[in-house]
Design a protein around this ligand. Structure first.
Ligand code: FES
Ligand SMILES: [Fe+2]
Length: 431
């Protein structure tokens, strides 16, 4: 539903006339069971945790408004079950992980990874539970050191999607970090399609968090791709034109181009430094979970990026409220948009075209699922890796005669590069 935008006031000191809060766009933002957005997100494999989070004890997790427990049994099988024991509700986070499954700490019922009730100690030998009934479980898939789950209708389960950046020759993909924001996933994820904030929040406000060259407001374009969308941000750096393309892959994966780029040296399609999910835990709590891409070529990726202990700058909450006020980053900016940002109060401008496009794509997917179709971005025909388009590209192109002509030329260069990549995806052609 398109919400009518809040009007700007036409009078001074008009706060009194501006107090009504419309409700959030529930279709786009709510993720719980049975909600349109929640059913949509459940059609895709979603990250649960890192493989090495599952050690001797179970891990309590929340995903899409559901409380679950993840564990790895002694035979190394991963299970993802409803948190509360079906006997009398004790949380399985206190369970005992054994050879074949997880055993509730209260009366010892034992469950397998598919949910099968394997033992019910204390019940008679001819109990009707054991070996016949199941506790709620979701299928999991481990890939690259991350545990993923499929929480949708079993008959609609797609294959796990492998994007071309996951299997890039000459590159290693390593599990990175996971971190949490107390707000809705949509405002966090749409931030990827908001390149204007990089020039302001990450450069002018906080002092260059990335490189100084990010401080120029770029020329912008936004393009739909087969599996999502990209922005194309083009900047001039001396005699070079730097085109930066950041990507969202439907519904909640993003790929970010290297932030250490300066634009000073010509370079071909760089590919991303990171693939990161924005995973809704519930309507107002979200987890970022990242894969990092590290080149095997010396010097192409800075050493710190291969060190999981080191965080991407500007992403975590400031150490204190005072520090956050002095040096706000993504966390302060996004969390303070309210627990769920209210679109009906926004005034979107020209730099927000990516936000609008992204929301339109999500709504399209939600409605496709509601109509019984597969949503766009869901790939079923496992014909090799799925093409993606995130990169920095730097080409030599001295300045045009005037500022206006130069900007037009930059946009043209950025757009043409993007269109070329769309026609012939560099990482899917053995680049
Ligand atoms: S509550 Fe879990 S076995 Fe009784
Ligand atoms: Fe940011």
């Amino acid at each position: 539903m398109a919400t009518s935008r809040a009007r700007f006031l036409k009078q001074r000191y008009g706060g009194y006339f501006h107090r009504d809060l419309p409700s959030e766009d529930a279709e786009l933002t709510h993720v719980g069971p049975g909600t349109p957005g929640g059913e949509y997100l459940r059609r895709f494999w979603q990250p649960v945790c890192f493989s090495d989070d599952l050690k001797d004890v179970p891990l309590k997790v929340r995903m899409l408004g559901e409380d679950l427990v993840a564990y790895r049994d002694r035979r190394s099988r991963v299970g993802l079950l409803e948190l509360h024991c079906p006997h009398r509700g004790t949380s399985l986070e206190f369970g005992l992980v054994g050879e074949d499954g997880i055993r509730c700490c209260y009366h010892g019922w034992l469950f397998g990874a598919d949910g099968l009730i394997l033992e019910t100690p204390g019940e008679p030998a001819d109990s009707t539970f054991k070996g016949k009934l199941w506790h709620g479980a979701y299928p999991v898939h481990e890939y690259g050191g991350v545990v993923f789950a499929y929480m949708g209708p079993p008959q609609k389960k797609p294959p796990f999607p492998v994007y071309d950046t996951f299997v890039r020759p000459g590159w290693r993909m390593i599990p990175g970090r996971k971190y949490f924001y107390p707000c809705n996933w949509l405002q966090m994820h749409e931030n990827h399609m908001d390149p204007a904030h990089t020039a302001f929040l990450h450069t002018i406000v906080s002092g260059a968090v990335f490189t100084e060259e990010f401080g120029v407001l770029p020329e912008l374009d936004f393009l739909e791709t087969p599996a999502g969308m990209i922005y194309v941000a083009t900047r001039r750096v001396g005699d070079n034109v730097w085109a930066r393309m950041v990507e969202t892959l439907l519904p909640n994966l993003s790929q970010v181009a290297p932030i250490w780029e300066t634009g000073r040296n010509e370079c071909e399609f760089s590919g991303p430094m990171m693939s990161r999910w924005t995973m809704p835990l519930d309507d107002t709590h979200t987890m970022f979970l990242e894969f990092r891409h590290v080149s095997e070529k010396d010097g192409e990726t800075p050493a710190w990026w291969a060190d999981r202990n080191i965080m991407l700058p500007g992403q975590l909450a400031a150490d204190s409220y005072e520090e956050g006020q002095l040096h706000p980053g993504d966390y302060e900016a996004q969390v303070s948009q309210r627990p769920i940002a209210i679109h009906g109060l926004e005034h979107l401008g020209v730099t927000d075209r990516g936000i609008t496009m992204f929301r339109r794509q999500i709504r399209r997917g939600i409605r496709a699922v509601a109509n019984g179709e597969d949503p766009p971005g869901l790939v079923r025909n496992g014909g090799g890796a799925i093409p993606t388009y995130c990169n920095n590209t730097i080409v030599r192109q001295p300045k045009a005669e005037t500022e206006v002509l130069d900007k037009a030329m930059m946009r043209e260069i950025g757009k043409n590069l993007a269109k070329g990549y769309l026609k012939s995806p560099p990482l899917s052609n053995g680049h």
